[in-house]
Design a protein around this ligand. Sequence first.
Ligand code: T3D
Length: 263
Amino acid sequence: MSEPLILSSQTGSVRTLTLNRPQSLNSLNSAMLGALLDALGHIAGDATVRCVVLTGAGRAFCAGQDLADPLVAPGNAPKDLGVMIERFYQPLVQRIRSMPTPVVAAVNGVAAGAGANIALNCDIVIAARGASFIQAFSKIGLAPDTGGTWLLPRLVGRANALGLTLLGDKLGAEDAERIGLIWKCVDDASLLDEAQAIAQRLAAMPTKALVATRCALDRAGLLSMEAALEAETQLQRELGFAHDYNEGVAAFVAKRTPAFTDR
Ligand code: T3D
């Protein structure tokens, strides 16, 4: 039997998904993209999961679109790349960014093209010191996709975004941390332990508030200050009625560890 394209394992309430086509640097063909979407969809409906870790098998995180996939590989007939993007990449970005739990990317090696942008769509990105990020699109005559045009200027500013995307050079993990592309760079050997430690911490936190924070930060960039203040008020009103707020304050007053349960 062939190996699953996405490996899935759970420790406590942290689910780890591992992209598993190491022979082609976990490049994404339609089967793998479908499997990843399915896995995230199942997790979204599984109340036992309170945080997700996404990583890659072997020496790469993900080399982006599988350029040998017949759906995109240029042949005799021109290919409509928009079909693949509409079917898989758009829904994938939307699914990651609307997960009811935090998502941590543990970037274990090279992350190129859509592979880089999948990682950057996660809530917290940590990378092994030996990992790298490549906006590889320009090298093959494409423009960034998988949310890159929206994300990159927000993460690192227009100058860095244009430098990264036009030149398509490899950016090492230390430099990625330095310019604010990712949260943290760690020693190669400790990547998965560090990712698990962060994920276990997040899993014990008030999930609903964490997810609301992600949504509010994403939305606020599109709003005026007045509208953002109004949105914050509505959000706080909603969270104030939730169980986790009561639990958090009760635990603080009683000097005990809170047991958050909302999701
Ligand atoms: O097309 C659409 O649907 C539009 C959507 C586009 C989204 C995108 O992601 S576009 C960007 C696609 N990705 C790339 O252009 C990256 C291509 N890969 C590379 O530039 C290099 O492989 C890396 C810089 C990532 C790593 O280099 P290196 O020297 O460490 O490894 P390598 O020797 O190049 O690759 C190892 C193997 O993986 C090799 O196979 P082989 O020769 O051992 O049988 C190579 O062909 C394979 N591989 C690497 N990337 C891909 C791939 N196979 C298919 N697709 C890939 N993207």
